[in-house]
Design a protein. Structure first.
Length: 367
């Protein structure tokens, strides 16, 4: 008869657990990062002064070296590589987000000090002061807000039906071997990469052939934005239509529903959330364009709500012209530019929020 001796409490206490041995504490990464950052900052102050870019770079490099050495000694080479790669990915994320945060902070901090109710509801421009006999700048962005909404709205009214119908043809009707389908797909890919200034030149030259050299108008700028919007709408709608299960189409057709009614009542209704989201994001993409509107619609300080008669002002063009071509009061012109930029950012944020809300409202609900 054989007997087995149970391990004593002393031997079990002295033996490390396999799940916790050879591991760095969870707090080691943030603690090491803070320590390296403080060390680099202290050395910089001792040498000659704090420099933010070099501090960030040296902190990241020394942290990666320290965590790699510490992990390879305590843990293993594989875990050390994993920690270094995770640090590189985090650094790349911070490097990508930092310019965006900096830009938003600059625009909000400088634009918020300018924007008020009078700035939104008044027409800006230049006015003659009879007391001082000087031309002074009057703050206001009403003409730019109205112009932006009119030009973008006309572009959306033209682009959305064309883009959605083209996507329906590509997905629902055209065969993969259809030459017209290949041609449309190729042209959409080419139009997606066209620079925006080319769209502005196309629109201006097209209307110049019809109405003459003074073809500046809001409608011309809308056509330029259509050239940029249509490929985005086609691509987003096409991808959403492809996500609709084929079983839904087959079930509808098997019940005797015509193909057109199947597309309208089944396919488009199922993909409505993604289609509307793509449309709103396409509008947000072109609302901040400067070059095509500057060429096709020019700019003006006068209030013009007629898109078929004369130049129109928009927020991106207003920001560009006020900053690049300031008047006698340079500070007032720059403040006008920052105010227009802030309103443009707010407008883009509103469009993106609308896209999120619409996507949640029209998303298929599980019963």
């Amino acid at each position: 008869m054989t007997t087995t001796n149970a391990p004593s409490a002393a031997s079990s206490a002295s033996t490390p657990l396999a799940l916790t041995s050879g591991q760095l504490p969870r707090y080691i990464e943030p603690a090491m990062l803070v320590g390296v950052a403080v060390l680099v900052a202290g050395v910089q102050f001792l040498i000659g002064g704090f420099h933010l870019p070099s501090w960030l770079i040296l902190t990241a490099l020394l942290y990666l070296i320290a965590i790699a050495i510490g992990s390879s000694i305590v843990e293993s080479r594989r875990k050390a590589v994993d920690r270094v790669v995770r640090g590189l990915v985090t650094a790349a994320f911070i490097l990508a987000v930092a310019p965006l945060i900096s830009t938003l902070w600059t625009v909000v901090s400088k634009g918020l000090a300018v924007v008020n109710w009078n700035f939104i509801t008044q027409t800006g421009g230049s006015a003659f002061d009879p007391d001082t006999l000087a031309v002074v700048a009057t703050p206001g962005a009403l003409q730019a807000i109205v112009g932006t909404l009119i030009i973008t709205g006309i572009a959306a009214l033209i682009s959305v039906p064309i883009g959605v119908l083209a996507a329906v043809y590509l997905v629902e009707y055209a065969l993969p071997t259809n030459p017209l389908r290949r041609t449309i797909t190729f042209l959409v890919d080419v139009m997606t990469g066209i620079p925006s200034i080319v769209a502005g030149l196309f629109a201006f030259s097209f209307f110049a052939l019809i109405v003459g050299p003074k073809a500046f108008s809001g409608f011309s700028a809308s056509i330029a934005l259509c050239v940029l919007m249509i490929p985005i709408v086609i691509r987003s709608t096409e991808e959403m239509l492809r996500l609709v299960p084929a079983d839904l189409r087959e079930a509808s057709l098997a019940l005797g529903v015509p193909r057109s009614a199947t597309i309208i009542k089944v396919v488009l209704r199922t993909a409505a959330s993604g289609i509307i989201t793509g449309v709103v994001l396409a509008v947000a993409r072109v609302v901040g364009e400067t070059a095509p509107i500057f060429i096709a619609a020019s700019f003006t300080d006068n209030f013009n709500s007629n898109p078929f008669d004369g130049p129109m002002q928009t927020l991106p063009v207003m920001a560009y012209t006020a900053y690049s071509f300031p008047g006698q009061d340079i500070d007032a012109s720059q403040a006008q530019a920052w105010g227009a930029a802030f309103l443009l950012v707010v407008l883009v944020v509103i469009f993106n929020l609308i896209a999120r809300i619409v996507a949640s409202v029209f998303a298929p609900k599980a019963r």
